[in-house]
Design a protein around this ligand. Structure first.
Ligand SMILES: *Cc1c(COP(=O)(O)O)cnc(C)c1O
Length: 426
């Protein structure tokens, strides 16, 4: 795979180089040069995870060797990814059957395995990540107890659900959780400042696990074809309109890359909560990042979405993005109403999926088949869902076993100097 910086077409990298470099030296993101596959009918007939193995092998090429890469992909994607019909002409892809019950498991698990392949034995690396809720859990669990790896997770104190916090702040060993006295954007700014510090980066082998990492995007690209494959198995041959609940826009970027590979789609929808940086831009305003606001769909509370630069680059700026996408946003009231509407027809969804479902219904045209992504398990948000539905939620075993463990996180001020001290402490 050949990649180039979104800010400099002459800055070329291989997949392995881009995976460990995180950001380009000029501050750009690495964007892949994508082929167009001519044999989608054959690809879509492959069972999962063979489909993912085939896609990733074709895209990465022989950078890791075929056998190790195949093992890494199968091992990373070892859980089911069901497509469920929610109502007439509307389906939901459940991406939350992995160990931390959110779609971030796809990217984090593949990244952990590819980094291990890249490094071999004996290397030391610090995975530094900012989380709005689910990345921290997925990254912490993917790297927990992996020799030579330390995972440091920064999260906005008091702004993630207690279930989410337990998933990364109770692990210990090589996982360090830092409760930042600020927003997710503050966490992201701190992480970026550390990566910009060449000396610090080199000393600790700092590596990003955030959605700017190309390995995560590549992992997520695989389940968009799986939507089309499963629809065909159900006798639904129309190309779907897929709605992606978005925060940092890694997932939508992956969807657009799948479409660029030639995957037949009717379209893609960017769905946001009250953090409307991207919907406002698509509505014709100038691109303006802003502080994030807290919502029910907290993993999407992002005011400065770091992957938008990749999408803008791919689609050729504002006019291109307006032509290529549909979009919308849902307030917390819209989100609650959609949870209740779906609950009334026997469907329980988490707040992120509810945002996507609400926006999909607004932009889906008659005669189209629509699919929204369910990015997190409803049980990760028990307080809100129990209050709304009046029904007690059964905690899945992955969450129940964490309930007794003490929180091990340390408070952190929004200060790069303090974070540097924490990193250097070991
Ligand atoms: C991270 C996350 C999102 C947003 O995904 P992006 O790739 O950052 O746009 C949506 N839903 C859930 C549950 C998440 O954890």
């Amino acid at each position: 795979m050949q990649l180039h910086s979104t800010r400099n077409p002459l800055d070329h990298k291989t997949f392995r180089q881009a995976m460990v470099a995180n950001l380009a030296g000029d501050g750009g993101l690495y964007a892949p040069d994508l082929p167009r596959f001519a044999d989608w009918d054959a690809l879509l007939a492959l069972p999962w995870p063979d489909l993912a193995v085939e896609l990733i092998q074709r895209l990465i090429g022989d950078e890791f060797g075929s056998e190790p890469l195949q093992v890494a992909v199968r091992d990373a994607f070892s859980f089911p990814v069901p497509l469920r019909q929610v109502e007439p002409d509307r389906w939901c892809l459940e991406l939350h059957a992995g160990p931390t019950l959110a779609f971030k498991d796809f990217g984090a698990r593949l990244l952990a395995r590819l980094l291990r392949l890249h490094d071999g034995e004996g290397a030391q690396r610090t995975i530094l990540t900012a989380t709005s809720g689910d990345t921290g859990a997925a990254v912490a669990q993917a790297f927990w107890h992996v020799p030579g790896m330390r995972a440091v997770v920064l999260y906005p104190a008091g702004r993630v659900s207690s279930q989410q916090e337990r998933q990364f702040a109770t692990l210990g060993d090589n996982v360090q959780a830092l409760a930042v006295a600020g927003s997710f954007d503050d966490c992201q700014t701190l992480v970026k400042a550390c990566f910009a510090d060449a000396e610090l980066s080199r000393r600790h082998g700092l590596t990003s696990a955030n959605s700017i990492n190309i390995a995560r995007i590549l992992a997520q690209l695989c389940y968009f074809p799986l939507v089309v494959a499963q629809l065909r198995q159900q006798g639904e041959t129309r190309a779907p309109l897929i709605c992606v609940p978005s925060g940092n826009f890694g997932n939508l970027c992956a969807a657009l890359y799948a479409q660029a590979l030639g995957l037949p789609l009717a379209g893609l929808v960017a769905a946001c909560n009250a953090n409307t940086t991207v919907p406002d831009y698509l509505n014709g305003q100038a691109y303006r990042t802003r502080p994030s606001v807290a919502t029910l769909s907290n993993a999407m509370d992002v005011g400065a979405p770091s992957n938008w630069e990749r999408i803008d680059h791919l689609l050729g700026g504002q006019a291109g993005a307006q032509a290529a996408l549909r979009w919308g946003w849902a307030s917390d009231d819209d989100t609650r109403n959609e949870i209740m509407r779906l609950f009334a027809i026997g469907q329980l969804v988490d707040p992120h999926a509810a945002v996507a479902s609400a926006v999909l219904r607004r932009v889906q045209r008659p005669g189209e088949v629509g699919v929204f992504l369910a990015t997190a398990h409803p049980a990760k948000f028990p307080e809100e869902l129990e209050r709304l539905t009046g029904r007690r939620l059964e905690l899945p075993p992955e969450l129940a076993q964490l309930a007794q463990r003490p929180l091990l996180s340390e408070p952190l001020a929004v200060s790069v100097e303090v974070l540097r001290v924490v990193l250097n402490r070991g």
